[in-house]
Design a protein around this ligand. Structure first.
Ligand code: SAM
Length: 284
């Protein structure tokens, strides 16, 4: 019997009197093809250290352990720790940490490893997808890539380009730190229990160099937030909400950046946000 088979998961549940906790985003994968796509998408080699977010009963963990030098898996639910001890028997390169991924210093797990040999992956708990991704990126986590499954709508937003409905602050923010590739879409029937939404797997490859030169990184993110915070408004109007600015200052900055003040944030490329931020910064 294979670990990912529905009957195995049912047996484990029964033996350990385990009940799924919806509020922890517990939807476990039952489709081996999808597990393989995540593993292949993460491009794991035998020199790699894998950090897994939310191992559940260990279906991805087990496959990663077969390919990587070591795996560190962070699971918040302490009821799953004895289950993982059992399901990961036969592997000797996995460390399971019982804790909240949002509270972990992930770099401390991979000390001494080269950046290109650190791969982060996971079937993310959907209630905290964006906080997890933004924590990793904003903290500048030492890793080559982050290959993660998430709700399809969130993946579509992260992967969207200017001029589309899905394009928003998160598309620009993630694009600043990473190049984004979709690995696959995943139907809702690939999980037990079945969620109400479909999913996608994205690979976020961390950029070695940032795509734009910024004088003030915080202001760049403030500009993105201001622009998309009022996405129906023109830039001239939405950008005025930036602290310490005025209509005149924004008009001057947009003119200097060569950007029509009547445009809306949803039409701007990352490079254009960077230009605006640098011009506003000069005038503050
Ligand atoms: N990897 C397993 C799979 O694919 O079958 C389980 C994935 S399930 C979508 C998400 C997992 O993340 C659950 O095991 C859940 O308990 C765990 N989890 C939820 N919140 C967490 C947090 N803040 N930190 C670490 N793990 C968390």
């Amino acid at each position: 019997m294979k670990l990912y088979e529905t009957s195995s998961i049912r047996n484990i549940k029964q033996k350990h009197e385990f009940k799924f906790t919806k509020s922890l985003g517990q939807n476990f994968l039952t489709d081996k093809n999808i597990i393989d796509e995540i593993i292949q998408g993460a491009e794991i080699s035998e020199d790699d250290t894998v950090v897994e977010i939310g191992p559940g009963i260990g279906v991805i963990t087990y496959e990663a352990a077969l390919r990587a030098k070591k795996v560190i898996a962070v699971e918040i639910d302490k009821r799953l720790i004895p289950i993982l001890r059992e399901t990961l028997q036969g592997t000797d390169n996995v460390t399971v940490i019982n804790g909240d991924i949002l509270q972990q210093n992930i770099d401390s797990f991979t000390e001494g490893e080269k950046r290109e040999n650190i791969k982060i992956l996971g079937n993310l708990p959907y209630y905290i997808t964006t906080p997890i991704i933004m924590k990793l990126l904003e903290e500048g986590v030492k890793a080559d890539s982050i290959t993660v499954m998430m709700q399809k709508e969130v993946a579509d937003r992260i992967n969207a380009g200017p001029g589309t409905k899905a394009y928003g602050a998160i598309s620009v923010a993630v694009g600043y730190y990473c190049s984004v590739e979709k690995i696959t879409d995943v139907p809702r029937n690939a999980f037990i229990p079945q969620p109400n939404v479909d999913s996608s797997v994205l690979r976020l490859k961390l950029r070695k160099e940032k795509p734009v030169q910024l004088n003030n990184e915080k202001l760049f993110f403030d500009c993105i937030r201001a622009g998309f915070g009022q996405r129906r408004k023109t830039l001239l109007n939405s950008m005025q909400t930036l602290q310490g600015t005025s209509k005149d200052l924004i008009k001057e900055a947009l003119d200097a950046a060569g950007i029509d003040p009547a445009r809306r944030a949803e039409t701007l490329r990352l490079e254009e946000f960077a230009k605006i931020a640098n011009e506003v910064d000069k005038r503050l």
